[in-house]
Every structure is written in structure tokens, then in C-alpha cells.
Design a protein around this ligand. Structure first.
Ligand code: THG
Length: 265
């Protein structure tokens, strides 16, 4: 399971404050913690609601903070292609993720030339378009198929395409969990990788951590390849390790035993 650490996100109160106050030490500590807990990529989202120019400046600053910790792979997270393009120019490692493209024609037009410049980059594809997130799983699948075809067309290999079927709160529609899992299952049949932001599933409900944990285990059963989560949460590490073991991804239970020995959860 590829773990993308989600903690550096401007929508979180303390991160927004650290970005505003340019508190490097706080950001660096947040990055270090996630790496120590097993993150393979660090998601960087500099959006604090103060416009494009501010977001560009702040993403550059976040990348600077990250490189003071080490040459860690970045998952650059913005809904604005200009921010993605600007941020990418400061990333040193060839291993990186672009989060994200989606089925909107305007976005595709703007992002394709950028993606062409980084052909080795991993690309997260959201299954939504100008009409929003379809509630019909077949429509989400169609958007994914269209994006895969376009990306393949400019030379992006399947192994670098990560489709995100989009987790929506179960409190909003009781079928949101099953819709996600259906899209996930269909994408896996296409020999394409998958990812998601997990915690949305429990939005608006009590005991969120336990809900997230159960949902993650279903996702792993369906073959989820990567997840955007807070790896400093012990329940998350436990859910990943045990679900992988129970679904045939841990030969001789070696990884589980190692994790128990290291008191990893
Ligand atoms: N898919 C993709 N990218 C994504 C998402 C996704 N990026 C953003 C988001 N969703 C995933 N990242 C986060 C980061 C932080 C939090 C949730 C998701 C978070 N949320 C708390 C909450 O929901 O209550 C608290 C926020 C706060 O502290 O104010 O921390 O789905 N491709």
C-alpha cells in the first residue's frame, strides 16, 4: 500500500496558521512525523483561501520546508493547474504525484502540456467532471476510462495512473460506500492503480476513526493501491497491515509479525 500523508493541508486549522506565520519548524515536524509513520509521499496542499498568487507562493514555501527534512517524494495537491505547474518546477525528485486531473475539458486542456513535461510522474485522476461527481458508478467509470485513454495517448503508462473513485460521506447518502467500492472494483479490472482520500467517508458522524478503519479494510479487499491518510493514527497503520495480511498480500505474515514486534500499532 502506497501511503500518502495528508497532514500538510491548508484546510486544517493549525497548518493554515503555520503557513500564514511561515512557521517552518512546525511544518517540518509534521512532515517528519508522517515519514516516521510510514508515509511514502507527502501531500502538499497550500490552499488557505487567499487566492492563486498566495497559493503559488505558499506551495513553493512548503516544498522548501520539505527539502529541509529530506528528498521526500511530493504529492502536489491543488485544484488549480497554475499552482501545480508552478509547484512542480521546484520539485527535485523524478518520483512525484500530481493531485489531480479530472474529466473537465478545461482542466484536461490546461494540464496535459504540464503532464507531458513530467512523463515519469504519477497522476491522480478524479472521477468527476464539469457536472460534479456522478452518483451513478458507471458514469464515474466512463470518466476514468476517458482520462486513461487521454493519458495513455501522451505516453503515460498505466502503472503511473492512479484513479480516485472519490469517497463521499456515508452520512449524506447511505450508498456512498458501496458506490465507491463498485467503481474501485471495475477500475482494478482495467489494470489501473487506485487511490483515495479515506476520511471523507465518516464526515459528519461520531467515532470517525473506527468508520475509517472498517472502510479502509473493504477498500484493501477490493485492491486499493494507495491511500491519502494520516499515517500518524495508529488505527490506520493497523488497518493497513492486518487487511493486507488477511487478503493475501503478506507472505508468511512476515510484515504483520514485524509490525507487532516493533509495536507499530
Ligand atoms: N482525493 C484526492 N486528494 C484529496 C482528497 C481526495 N486531497 C484532499 C483530501 N481529499 C485529503 N486530505 C485531507 C487532509 C486533511 C483532512 C482530511 C483530508 C483533515 N480533515 C479533518 C476533518 O475532516 O475533520 C479536520 C480538518 C481540520 O483540522 O480542520 O484533517 O479525496 N485525490
Amino acid at each position: 500500500m502506497i501511503i500518502i500523508g495528508e497532514r500538510i493541508n491548508g484546510t486544517r486549522g493549525n497548518i493554515k496558521e503555520a503557513i500564514e506565520k511561515k512557521n517552518k519548524e512546525f511544518i517540518k515536524k509534521e512532515i517528519k512525523k508522517q515519514i516516521e509513520c510510514g508515509a511514502h509521499y507527502i501531500d502538499l496542499n497550500a490552499g488557505i483561501g487567499k487566492g492563486k498568487e498566495r497559493e503559488k507562493e505558499d506551495i513553493k514555501w512548503l516544498i522548501e520546508c520539505l527539502y529541509e527534512v529530506g528528498e521526500i517524494p511530493v504529492c502536489i495537491d491543488s485544484s488549480d493547474p497554475d499552482v501545480i505547474e508552478f509547484g512542480l518546477s521546484f520539485i527535485k525528485t523524478s518520483d512525484k504525484m500530481i493531485n489531480s486531473i479530472n474529466g473537465e475539458s478545461k482542466k484536461i486542456e490546461r494540464l496535459l502540456p504540464i503532464i507531458k513535461k513530467y512523463p515519469e510522474s504519477k497522476i491522480i485522476c478524479l472521477t468527476m467532471d464539469e457536472k460534479g461527481i456522478p452518483s451513478d458508478y458507471k458514469k464515474r467509470l466512463q470518466i476514468a476510462e476517458k482520462l486513461i485513454e487521454i493519458l495513455n495517448g501522451i505516453g503515460v503508462k498505466n502503472e503511473n495512473i492512479f484513479v480516485d473513485p472519490l469517497v463521499e460521506p456515508i452520512s449524506v447518502n447511505y450508498e456512498n460506500g458501496i458506490i465507491f467500492l463498485k467503481v474501485l472494483k471495475e477500475i482494478k479490472k482495467l489494470n489501473i492503480k487506485t487511490t483515495c482520500g479515506l476520511s471523507n467517508i465518516s464526515f459528519g458522524l461520531p467515532n470517525r476513526k473506527i468508520i475509517n478503519k472498517y472502510f479502509l479494510s473493504f477498500c484493501i479487499y477490493e485492491g486499493l493501491d494507495s491511500v491519502i491518510v494520516d499515517p500518524t493514527i495508529s488505527d490506520i497503520r493497523e488497518a493497513i497491515c492486518i487487511s493486507e495480511m488477511l487478503t493475501g498480500k503478506d507472505e508468511f505474515c512476515m510484515n504483520y509479525i514485524k509490525n507487532v514486534r516493533n509495536r507499530n500499532f
